[in-house]
Design a protein around this ligand. Structure first.
Ligand code: PHE
Length: 362
């Protein structure tokens, strides 16, 4: 076998054996590269006698073309195989369901608010909202606070600077102004709850300058205290997820309700002393959780409703307080400290929407 044939066989074998583009490139350089065997022989042609040179040159050119063609073909094959493999591994089944991997947590206030909305929605209440920045009329006057009455001071109101007309806007101190906004724009029967932010200049373990309330308002022709009590007791059982709840109504004063009452619920301490753990709904101790009463006739009149035709009840409670009680959170200020570890611990799964069918909280 001639020397050239051996060279051809070896080079083609190397090309055939190349499993990767890189190995193929090595084979190409070894044969056709600047210092490759074929190239070296081309260079050596000059030393041959002219008549030999022609035949040897032609034979080398044939070999060179053969090798180049073999490399091209092999390269195509390797590239096709690489593409096939990529297509096989990158295939996605678009009919598969997405695997949920929620990030972040729902804040206990949001959780409590959604639970409260779910409970009252099931009882037929709508959700109403109003502005955080209120005027004196909606926050106080229409709610039957007499001018200069000390009750206005009781609320530790944040006032804005005086306007040109002498009036001052304020941060609403309770959600009750939305009672007024609703009664002035909607005809009874009215059955609404009003969750939202409220503001008072106050700060300690159980008070923050911004907090949350949910207000309830029912206006109809024959509404009485019994409806108020029944509604609130049903709410407490549903919210605290207990079968029975001990409640007590204590006389109280609010300018916008008459009679007025605060509602207490029974509780007892459980667990080791000073653990702060409590059980809601039973026990010998009482805890105040909300203010309530029958809507004052003056308030109805201020909203253009005839108190001889309509009457109703209202209640207001602190959502943050309810969340602390239900989820055993000791300090209210932590709610708004924006501490990622706190929310990781006390927060809720964003894909678990509170509802009465599958349960409020997990
Ligand atoms: N607005 C009252 C408060 O913030 C609560 C309340 C609402 C009382 C409705 C009675 C009726 O203290």
């Amino acid at each position: 076998m001639s020397d050239l044939e051996t060279l051809e066989r070896e080079t083609l074998a190397k090309i055939a054996a190349a499993e990767t583009i890189a190995a193929l490139e090595d084979a190409r350089v070894a044969a056709l590269g600047k210092k490759g065997v074929v190239s070296e022989r081309m260079k050596a042609l000059g030393q041959l006698a002219p008549e030999e040179r022609k035949a040897a040159g032609a034979a080398l050119n044939v070999l060179k073309d053969k090798i180049a063609a073999a490399i091209d073909a092999k390269k195509q094959k390797l590239e096709d195989a690489a593409l096939d493999e990529r297509l096989a591994t990158e295939k996605i089944d678009v009919t598969l369901p997405i695997a949920p991997s929620p990030r972040g947590r729902i804040h206990p206030v949001t959780q409590a608010m959604e639970e409260i909305v779910a409970i009252f929605s099931a009882m037929g209440f709508d959700v109403a909202e109003g502005p955080d920045i209120e005027d004196d009329f909606h926050n106080f006057t229409a709610l039957n606070f007499p001018p200069d009455h000390p009750a206005r001071e009781m609320h530790d109101t944040f006032f804005f600077n005086e306007k040109e007309d002498g009036g001052r806007m304020l941060l609403r101190t309770h959600t009750s102004p939305v009672q007024i906004r609703t009664m002035m724009t909607r005809k009874p029967p009215i059955r609404i709850i009003i969750p939202g932010r409220t503001f008072r200049c106050d700060s300690d373990q159980t008070h923050t300058p911004m907090f949350h309330q949910v207000e309830g308002l029912v206006i109809d022709r024959e509404t009485h205290m019994g409806h108020l009590k029944g509604t609130l007791e049903a709410f407490c059982k549903a919210y605290f997820e207990i079968d029975s709840v001990k409640t007590r109504f204590r006389p109280h004063f609010f300018p916008f309700t008459e009679p007025s009452a605060e509602m207490d619920i029974g509780y007892e301490r459980v667990g080791p002393k000073d653990s702060g753990e409590i059980r809601i709904g039973q026990g010998a101790k009482w805890m105040e959780i909300l203010g309530s009463g029958m809507v004052h006739p003056n308030v109805l009149r201020n909203c253009g409703l005839d108190p001889d035709e309509y009457q109703g009840f209202a209640f207001g409670m602190g959502i943050d307080r309810l969340a602390m009680l239900k989820y055993g959170i000791p300090d209210l200020r932590d709610f708004f400290a924006a501490d990622a570890r706190w929310i990781e611990h006390y927060g809720f799964d964003p894909l678990d929407m509170p509802n009465l069918a599958t349960g409020l909280s997990r």
